[in-house]
Design a binder for this molecule. Structure first.
Ligand code: IMP
Ligand code: MG
Length: 182
């Protein structure tokens, strides 16, 4: 086993995530039931597992596209500046859009991405995030759907990383540093 200076305590099980996604997908499918073809926009990289499970529960015709925005780098603190690294491949003008994010922390990323996508004139745009840390919010941003509200803890798994590690954990865990890490 490669050395990790921290341990991961399970916070949300894979089963609980699956059940929550099933529920959310039902609500989303109702909201967009008249939509011709919904554009589901995943924010890379953290949303890749969530979006894969979510779209398979949507009872709708969907198109999947991705956008990559920065805010974190490899550090554990969010920076204020948000940049778009990879833009959408397709067009969203006049289309219904669902933006899919892994986690809302300070809110800077989603606030910026939402403003940016609005300049492309979608018909309707809604946002879903798997996790929300309301205690850390710095800008007023509210997603239309949230999977789970979590306390101010650094989490990994289910697509979410710590310095590019642990995205492949099937559950969400919180990072706890062990003494030899100091
Ligand atoms: P925000 O701009 O502060 O809302 O940050 C959102 C982004 O920061 C998320 O898309 C994540 O990539 C990253 N992030 C926030 N909290 C965590 C965490 O607990 N673990 C890993 N990444 C996180
Ligand atoms: Mg992210």
């Amino acid at each position: 086993m490669p050395h990790r200076p921290y341990v991961i305590d399970e916070l949300i099980s894979a089963k609980a995530i699956a059940a929550r996604i099933e529920h959310l997908a039902r609500e989303i499918s109702q909201v967009f039931e008249d939509t011709d073809k919904l554009v589901v926009v995943g924010l890379l990289r953290g949303s890749f597992v969530f979006i894969a499970d979510l779209v398979r529960e949507l009872k709708l015709p969907v198109e999947v596209d991705f956008l990559e925005a920065s805010s974190y780098g490899n550090a554990m603190e969010s920076s204020r500046e948000v940049r778009i690294f990879k833009d959408l491949r397709g067009t969203i003008e006049g289309r219904d859009v669902l933006v899919v994010e892994d986690i809302i922390d300070t809110g800077h990323t989603l606030a910026h991405v939402n403003d940016y996508l609005k300049t492309k004139h979608p018909a309707r745009m809604k946002t879903i995030a798997l996790l929300d840390k309301p205690a850390r919010r710095e800008v007023d941003f509210k997603a239309d759907w949230i999977g789970f509200e979590i306390p101010d803890e650094f989490v990994v798994g289910y697509g979410i990383d710590f310095a590019q590690r642990d995205r492949n954990l099937p559950h969400i865990g919180k990072v706890r540093f062990t003494d030899d890490a100091k």
